[in-house]
Write a protein that binds this ligand. Structure first.
Ligand code: MRU
Length: 378
C-alpha cells in the first residue's frame, strides 16, 4: 500500500489528518480554499511541498464544484484573492508562495486572452494545480536518485547509514519525499545499511510521521531523541557509522542558507564537528532566489503549548487505548516558552543541495551558485 497524504480527483480533495497519526488514519475532506487554509494552519497537512499542493487543490475543488461567474475577469479576481489568502496560512515555506505566483500568472494570462470565459480560466487553473501534484512526485524521485548516488559515491561505496530530521516523506510531499526519498532510493538500491530519525521536538514529526513511514516501508531504522545526535555521530566504531545527515528544506535562499525544521542547525554544526556530510534535499520549488540570504527568511513562531503539552493515546498504566487521546502537561505551569518552528542553517555548514536536476555543490570560491540549477525553472 502506498502512503497517500493527498487524495485528489476532479471535484474531490481529501487529506490524511496528520494530527491523528500514527495511531489513527483518517482523511478529512477539503471543499474550498478556506478549508485548505485551516488544514494548513492547524497542521493537519504538513511539509513545504504538501502545503503548496493542498492549498492549490483546495481552490481547484472550489472552482470545480461552484460556478463563480461566466466572465473570465470575475473568475480571475476570485482566484487571485483566494490565492493571496492561502499564502497567509503559514509564512516560512516558500513553496506555497511559489505555487501561488505561478498559478496567478496562468490565471492572468488565460483571463486576458480574447474570447476566454470564466470556465476557461477555471479549467486552466485546475489543470495547473493538478499538474503540481504530478510534478512533485517525479521531482522527488529525481532527488532520491541524485542524493543516493552522491552519498554512496562520497562514502566510497555502500551500504551506508544516514540520519534524518523532521518529516520529508510521502506525508510532507505529493509522494516519495525529499530527504526521505533519498533514504527510500538508497534502500531500493540495496545501498542503505541503516536509517536514523530524530524525534523532532516539539511537534514530533520524526517520531510520529517519519518513523511511521520507515516502519510502513520496512526500512531498517532507529528513532533517537534530538539530543542524541552528537553522541550517535561520535560512535566511530559503530556498525551504523553515519555517512551523511540528509534533511529537507522549507526555503533555500540564493546563497544556500536553508530554513528547515527547528533543530536542523544544531545537526549541521555537529556534522561539521564530526566530519559527517550534511546535505539538504529540496525540489527547485523550495529555492527562493529573491531571498538573498537566511537572515531575511521569516521564521514562524508557534504557540508555547506545543512545547509544554503533549498529546497521546490514553494510558491506564497497563494498556494504551488507541481510540482515545488525551493532552497532558509536561512543563511547570507558568514557565515562559520560545517556540520557533524553523531555524536557518548557514550555507557554510552545508556540503550539497540535492535537487531533482542534480546535486549543487560549492564552487571554487566556496559558495553555492543556484542560478544554473534554477535556469529552466520558472
Ligand atoms: O512544520 P511542518 O511540519 O510543516 O514542517 C515540515 C518541515 O519542516 C519539513 O522538514 C520540511 O517542510 C521539509 S519539506 C519535505
Amino acid at each position: 500500500m502506498v502512503l497517500e497524504a493527498i487524495r485528489y480527483k476532479e471535484g474531490s480533495l481529501k487529506i490524511l489528518n496528520q494530527l491523528k497519526l500514527p495511531h489513527q488514519e483518517e482523511y478529512d475532506e477539503l471543499r474550498n480554499a478556506e478549508d485548505g487554509w485551516h488544514a494548513i494552519r492547524d497542521m493537519r497537512t504538513r511539509g513545504a511541498p504538501a502545503i503548496a499542493i493542498v492549498a492549490a487543490l483546495s481552490l481547484a475543488v472550489e472552482l470545480q464544484n461552484n460556478t463563480i461567474s461566466d466572465k473570465a475577469e470575475e473568475v480571475a479576481a476570485f482566484a487571485l484573492e483566494k490565492l493571496d489568502y492561502l499564502v497567509t496560512s503559514r509564512p516560512t515555506a516558500v513553496n506555497l508562495a511559489d505555487a501561488a505566483r505561478k498559478l496567478k500568472k496562468i490565471v492572468d494570462t488565460v483571463a486576458s486572452a480574447k474570447d476566454n470565459d470564466g470556465a476557461a480560466v477555471s479549467k486552466a487553473y485546475c489543470d495547473a494545480a493538478a499538474q503540481m501534484l504530478i510534478d512533485d512526485v517525479s521531482d522527488n524521485e529525481g532527488i532520491g536518485r541524485h542524493g543516493a548516488e552522491w552519498i554512496t559515491k562520497s562514502a566510497g561505496g555502500g551500504p551506508v547509514s544516514v540520519l534524518t530530521h523532521c518529516n520529508t516523506g510521502s506525508l510532507a510531499t505529493a509522494s516519495y519525499g525529499t530527504a526521505l526519498g533519498v533514504i527510500r532510493s538508497l534502500h531500493a538500491n540495496g545501498s542503505l545499511k541503516h536509517a536514523f530519525c530524530t524525534e523532532t521536538r516539539p511537534y514530533n514529526q520524526g517520531s510520529k510521521l517519519t518513523a511511521f513511514e520507515l516502519v510502513h516501508d520496512k526500512i531498517p531504522a532507529t528513532l533517537i531523541t534530538d539530543s542524541m545526535a552528537s553522541a550517535l555521530l561520535r560512535e566511530k566504531g559503530a556498525q551504523e557509522r553515519i555517512a551523511a545527515i540528509v534533511v529537507g528544506a522549507d526555503r533555500v535562499a540564493a546563497n544556500g542558507d536553508t530554513a528547515n525544521k527547528i533543530g536542523t542547525y544544531q545537526l549541521a554544526i555537529t556534522a561539521k564537528h564530526h566530519g559527517v556530510k550534511f546535505l539538504v534535499a529540496a525540489p527547485r520549488t523550495t529555492v527562493d532566489l529573491q531571498t538573498k540570504s537566511g537572515e531575511r527568511i521569516v521564521i514562524e513562531e508557534r504557540a508555547g503549548k506545543e512545547v509544554t503539552m503533549v498529546k497521546g493515546p490514553r494510558f491506564d498504566g497497563v494498556d494504551l487505548d488507541l481510540s482515545k487521546h488525551e493532552i497532558v502537561s509536561i512543563a511547570a505551569n507558568g514557565i515562559d516558552v520560545w517556540n520557533p518552528a524553523f531555524d536557518v542553517t548557514p550555507a557554510e555548514l552545508i556540503d550539497g543541495i540535492i535537487t531533482e536536476v542534480g546535486v549543487v555543490e560549492k564552487n571554487s570560491a566556496g559558495k553555492f551558485d543556484l542560478t544554473l540549477a534554477m535556469e529552466a525553472h520558472n
